[in-house]
Design a protein around this ligand. Structure first.
Ligand SMILES: C[S@@+](CC[C@H](N)C(=O)[O-])C[C@H]1O[C@@H](n2cnc3c(N)ncnc32)[C@H](O)[C@@H]1O
Length: 223
């Protein structure tokens, strides 16, 4: 009866700002505090990192899937890397993270040492377009957070590098519909292409969650 009433009442509208504020207040102590992490980072001229809700989500997916081998494409100062490393370090987990900017990679390395996770993170400095085809091991989880124009070109490599039932997470996939700063508008067509390619792929099953700037969650199907 109660359920039926609730069902009839329905949801009139969902104010995402209110929803986000509620969730952030509830979970503000969970995960790696983004503000403190950035305050502790001396190099400030880096490409934006994921929001704290996305870092919590990465951590949750790693727990849910028992993942221990992770590939991250796009390190920046390593905020998402540290969030993932904290989750898998007690499980003997390992992360390979790829970054082509030497300066930011050096800062990421310092942050890994300060965070006590340096020993489980292998930072590969170079272009993801060249590094990915050179990898042979398979991963439980791949986090794609690089130049958005590389998302679609790298999709085939990501699928190849995933184990069966492995998870691909891709950040910023709601760029086409969110209120995005104009300076990033040039990236929207690339995200549109990626979103359509991932839906069309028969090798993976996916959806997009409205957290951060949109996170695609995809699973590589069993053959
Ligand atoms: C959005 S940032 C990564 C943020 C990070 N995942 C986090 O949340 O802490 C994207 C990074 O990808 C790097 N990048 C861009 N193109 C690349 C390429 N072709 N190969 C490797 N790294 C690249 C940029 O230098 C930038 O630091």
């Amino acid at each position: 009866m109660k359920i039926e009433k609730q069902f009839l009442k329905g949801v009139k509208d969902m104010d995402f700002d209110k929803v986000n504020e509620y969730i952030e207040n509830l979970y503000k102590k969970e995960g790696v505090d983004k503000k403190t992490y950035i305050d502790n980072t001396s190099f400030k001229d880096f490409i934006p990192v994921v929001d704290q809700d996305v870092s919590r989500f990465l951590s949750l997916v790693l727990c849910l899937t028992n993942a221990t081998s992770v590939l991250e494409i796009g390190t920046s100062i390593g905020y998402s890397t540290v969030s993932m490393a904290n989750t898998i370090k007690s499980n003997d987990g390992k992360i390979i993270t790829v970054e082509f900017d030497n300066i930011v990679a050096k800062q990421a390395k310092e942050n890994f040492i300060r965070s006590g996770v340096d020993d489980i993170i292998d930072i590969r400095i170079g272009d993801a377009k060249e590094i990915l085809p050179s990898l042979n091991e398979k991963f439980d989880l791949i986090f794609l957070d690089v130049d958005k124009r590389l998302y679609k070109p790298l999709l085939g490599e990501c699928i190849r590098l995933l184990k069966e039932n492995g998870v691909l997470l891709a950040e910023d996939t709601l760029f086409p519909v969110i209120d995005l700063d104009e300076k990033w508008h040039y990236l929207i067509p690339a995200i549109e292409e990626f979103n359509h390619a991932i839906v069309a792929s028969e090798e993976i099953q996916s959806t997009i969650l409205p957290i951060g700037d949109g996170v695609t969650v995809a699973v590589k199907k069993k053959k």
